[in-house]
Design a protein around this ligand. Structure first.
Ligand code: NCC
Length: 337
C-alpha cells in the first residue's frame, strides 16, 4: 500500500492545499497571538490539534479498511499489539510537539512574514537529515540548488516581511531561537516519519494514528508542565475565539495533508513543491487581480525556478564515468606496449 500509484493531479492537489493551508495558518496564528484580549493557552491548541488529527485519521482508516470489523482488527494489530511500533512513532511525536509549540512561541514574538522567511532554513536542514538518516546522496549541484531554493523563497516572501508594527510586548531573540529549534525539529521529525512510513507496507493512517496517540500524551504533559495551574483555574478552552478554532482546524488539516505529501513524494520535494506553489499563486494573483510584482519577488521566483530545474537534472553516474576512464587508460597502455 505504501507505494500505491496516484495521479499527478492528486499530488498537485495535495501540495497546493498544504501550501495554502500553511500560509493561512501562519498568518492566522500570528493574528490570534497579537490581539489584546485575554490570550488562550497555546499548549492546549497544540494538544487539541493532535486529538482532531487522530479522529480524522481513524475516519480515513475506516474508509480504507472498508468495514468496522476490519478497522477493529487493524487497530488491535497495529495499536494494541504493537507497543514497539508505538514507541518508534513516539519519537517524531515528541519532536513535532516541540516544533508545534515553538511555532506558537515564535509567532508570539515575531511578525508572521519574518517567521515565514526565516523558517525557510528548514529546506537545507531537511536535506541534511535526508542524507544522514535515509542514506540518500545529493550531488553537489543538488546541494547548490537546495541553498538556491532557500534563498529564492526568502526573496519571494521578502516584500511582506516589511509589514510590522504590532502593539504587543515581543522578544525577537526568543522568537528567533524558537525558529531555530523548530527548523531542526521539522527536518528531523519529517525525515524520521518518512523513513518509518516507507520502510514497511503499513498504512499511512495507521502510522498517523500511532504517532498522534503518543502526540496526545506528550502535548497533554506539555499543557500540565507549562500552564497546568492556570488551565485548571481558567479551563482548557479559555480564550478560544472562532479565530483560535480556525487555527486549530488549519493545523489539523495541514498536518494530515503534510503526511499525504510525504507519502507520495519526500521531504525535500515537499520543500521544492511548496516553493513552486508560492511562486505560482503569486503569478496567478498578478494575472487575476493585477497584483504588482517587485524586483525582489521576480529575482526570488527566478531562483526558485532555476533551483527546481537544477535539482531535477539527472545525477552524473560517476561509477560509469570512472569505468570509461579505466577502459581508456588500459587502451592507452596497450597502444604504448
Ligand atoms: O514545518 P513542517 O511543514 O515540516 O511541519 C510539519 C507539520 O505537519 C504535522 N504532521 C507531520 C507529519 C504527519 N504524519 N502528521 C502531521 O500532522 C506536524 O505536526 C507539523 O505540524 C512546511 O513544510 O513548511 C510545513 O509547515 C507547517 C507549518 O506551516 C509550519 O510548521 C509553521 O509552524 C505546515 N503546517 C500547517 O500548515 C498546519 C505544513 O503543512 C507544511
Amino acid at each position: 500500500m505504501a507505494n500505491e500509484p496516484v495521479s499527478v493531479v492528486f499530488k498537485l492537489y495535495c501540495l497546493s492545499v498544504m501550501t495554502v493551508v500553511a500560509a493561512t495558518y501562519t498568518v492566522a496564528l500570528r493574528y490570534t497571538r497579537t490581539i489584546s484580549s485575554e490570550l488562550y493557552f497555546s499548549t492546549t491548541a497544540v494538544c487539541i490539534t493532535e486529538v482532531i488529527k487522530l479522529i480524522l485519521s481513524l475516519g480515513m482508516l475506516a474508509k480504507e479498511t472498508g468495514s468496522p470489523s476490519r478497522l477493529k482488527n487493524s487497530l488491535v494489530e497495529h495499536v494494541i499489539r504493537s507497543p514497539r511500533e508505538l514507541l518508534k512513532l513516539s519519537i517524531p511525536s515528541v519532536v513535532y510537539a516541540v516544533q508545534n509549540n515553538m511555532a506558537f512561541l515564535a509567532l508570539s514574538n515575531l511578525d508572521a512574514a519574518v517567521y515565514q522567511v526565516t523558517y525557510q532554513l528548514k529546506i537545507p536542514c531537511t536535506a541534511l537529515c535526508t542524507v544522514l538518516m535515509l542514506g540518500r546522496s545529493l550531488s553537489r549541484l543538488q546541494w547548490f540548488s537546495v541553498f538556491m531554493l532557500c534563498g529564492g523563497v526568502t526573496l519571494v516572501q521578502w516584500k511582506h516581511a516589511e509589514v510590522t508594527g504590532v502593539q504587543i510586548e515581543q522578544n525577537p531573540f526568543v522568537g528567533f531561537v524558537a525558529i531555530a529549534v523548530a527548523v531542526m525539529c521539522s527536518g528531523f521529525a519529517g525525515v524520521y516519519f518518512e523513513k518509518v512510513l516507507k520502510s514497511s507496507d503499513t498504512s499511512l493512517w495507521v502510522r498517523n494514528i500511532q504517532m498522534y496517540l503518543s502526540g496526545i500524551v506528550v502535548t497533554l504533559a506539555g499543557v500540565y508542565m507549562t500552564e497546568g495551574e492556570n488551565v485548571i483555574v481558567k479551563g482548557f478552552f479559555f480564550g478560544y475565539t472562532p479565530w483560535v478554532c480556525f487555527v486549530v482546524f488549519l493545523a489539523s488539516v495541514g498536518g494530515l495533508y503534510t503526511s499525504v505529501v510525504v507519502k507520495y513524494t519526500d521531504n525535500i520535494m515537499k520543500g521544492f513543491s511548496a516553493a513552486a506553489a508560492i511562486v505560482l499563486s503569486t503569478v496567478a494573483s498578478v494575472l487575476l487581480f493585477g497584483l504588482q510584482i517587485t524586483i525582489t519577488f521576480a529575482s526570488g521566483a527566478s531562483l526558485v525556478c532555476v533551483s527546481i530545474y537544477l535539482y531535477g537534472l539527472p545525477k552524473q553516474d560517476t561509477s560509469k564515468l570512472s569505468r570509461l576512464d579505466a577502459e581508456k587508460e588500459s587502451k592507452q597502455k596497450l597502444i604504448t606496449v
